[in-house]
Design a protein around this ligand. Structure first.
Ligand code: GUN
Ligand code: ZN
Length: 408
């Protein structure tokens, strides 16, 4: 049914232009698409939301479902943190009851954060990814999910042999990829080079190519990890993924902190995508991501919360850390640019043109936020949205026009 909202809307048009309508008429048609976005014309409205600010839903390019309960596990740098805090928790996802409970918590965390699209890493268990997809489906959420692939250098309980892992993803993809008009889908996720045999990396690439699935993984997050990769494979980190067929147009690489200049050039030439996870980078002490290189090479990028190395499911908080990261490098990354990257720009970087802005023709993925009464201009509203870490969760979130969260 068509819904008409009267609202104050703020939407990005580019990395430096935003559009604010204080009193807007926003009409969502039967298909969940925006059919009108214009100044208020009068007449009936289903809800008057003008006290707050309505923005596009946020896009999270990198988040770990089985780490939902691990936020704040402050056990040290990446490899120590994985072994001490993360692998034991992820092993619990062989248990369907645990996976189901956490899936509900995870979906609530996404929706209450105003996140309307996410690229989601599962545990190694295909059964847990299936539970999450079912739970997301019932909740009306949108995203890509995949079990992480691991067959070496991690606890035995977390190793899945290559054939089994590939077959399980094929099964998941058959049931879920493109589900409900593409609201849900499956991704191919070798966890990182160190947790995969050569065969696993190659078979993952084959599978992604055969089923046209997106590839995502971690890349060059810490110096220790890069050294271990160099030692094992005898080449630089990006070459490892490239040589196994994983460096494809649209492949999404999280972190990318410690790449050398030739690697950046090859990354750009490959039309790969960066998931920038600055909160995680600070929490694990992984380093400052050279966002200046990403910008100079005109590499597509999106923000990733990277829960649980990231401490919040909220993309706006990640954006605030991205601002800090850029300041450390004396790079200017404006709130307007962060708004773009966290919504429409991030969606486009991930190959999704259907949503990300409040524009006629796009799907109505939206979130509503409380802002202080004195915040009036676009820049004041952005300051509150992105830099007020004390702000409460989203007041409401919609995906394709369906309300998936409400605290109204
Ligand atoms: N590298 C391999 N696995 C992980 C993970 O779970 N989180 C982060 N931040 N980096 C990783
Ligand atoms: Zn991660």
């Amino acid at each position: 049914m068509t819904q008409t909202y009267r609202a104050r809307i703020l939407t990005p048009r580019s990395a430096d232009e935003v559009h604010l309508i204080d009193d807007a008429q926003l009409v969502v048609g039967d298909e969940g698409r925006l059919v009108e976005v214009a100044p208020w014309k009068g007449g009936h409205c289903d809800a008057d939301l003008r006290q707050h600010v309505l923005v596009p839903g946020f896009v999270d390019a990198h988040v770990h479902f089985p780490q939902t309960r691990s936020v704040g596990a402050a056990s040290g740098p990446l490899l120590t943190w994985l072994n001490e805090s993360i692998f034991p928790e992820e092993a619990r996802f062989s248990d369907a009851t645990h996976a189901q409970q956490v899936a509900v918590e995870f979906c609530q965390a996404l929706a209450s954060s105003g996140t309307t699209y996410a690229l989601i890493y599962g545990s190694v268990h295909a059964s847990a990814s299936e539970i999450l997809l079912n739970t997301m489906d019932a909740a009306g959420l949108r995203g890509l999910v995949g079990p992480v692939l691991m067959d070496r250098d991690c606890p035995e309980a977390l190793q899945v042999p290559v054939e089994q892992a590939i077959e399980e993803i094929e099964g998941l993809a058959e049931r879920w990829h493109g589900h409900d008009g593409g609201r849900l889908g499956v991704a191919v996720i070798p966890r990182f080079a160190l947790s995969c045999s050569d065969q696993m990396l190659s078979r993952a690439a084959d599978l992604a190519e055969r089923l046209k699935l997106k590839v995502t993984t971690h890349l060059a997050e810490t110096p220790g990890e890069c050294q271990a990769v160099e030692q094992r494979f005898g080449r630089d980190y990006l070459s490892v993924y490239a040589d196994h067929g994983l460096l494809q147009p649209g492949s999404v690489f999280a972190h990318c902190i410690h790449l050398n200049d030739p690697e950046w050039g090859r990354f750009k030439d490959a039309s790969a995508v960066v998931a920038h996870c600055p909160d995680s980078n600070y929490f694990l002490g992984s380093g400052n991501m050279p966002i200046d290189k990403v910008i100079a090479h005109d590499i597509p990028w999106a923000l990733g919360t990277d829960v649980a190395a990231g401490r919040s499911f909220r993309v706006p908080r990640t954006a605030s850390f991205a601002y800090d990261n850029a300041r450390q490098l004396e790079v200017s990354l404006s709130p307007r640019a962060l708004f773009w990257q966290g919504t429409r720009g991030g969606a486009l970087a991930l190959g999704e043109a259907r949503f990300g802005a409040l524009e006629v023709g796009l799907e109505a993925d939206m979130s509503l936020w409380r802002v202080p009464p004195w915040a009036e201009s676009a820049d004041e509203l952005l300051a509150s949205l992105f830099f007020d870490h004390d702000a409460p969760p989203a007041l409401a979130t919609w995906i394709r026009g369906q309300m998936v969260w409400s605290a109204l």
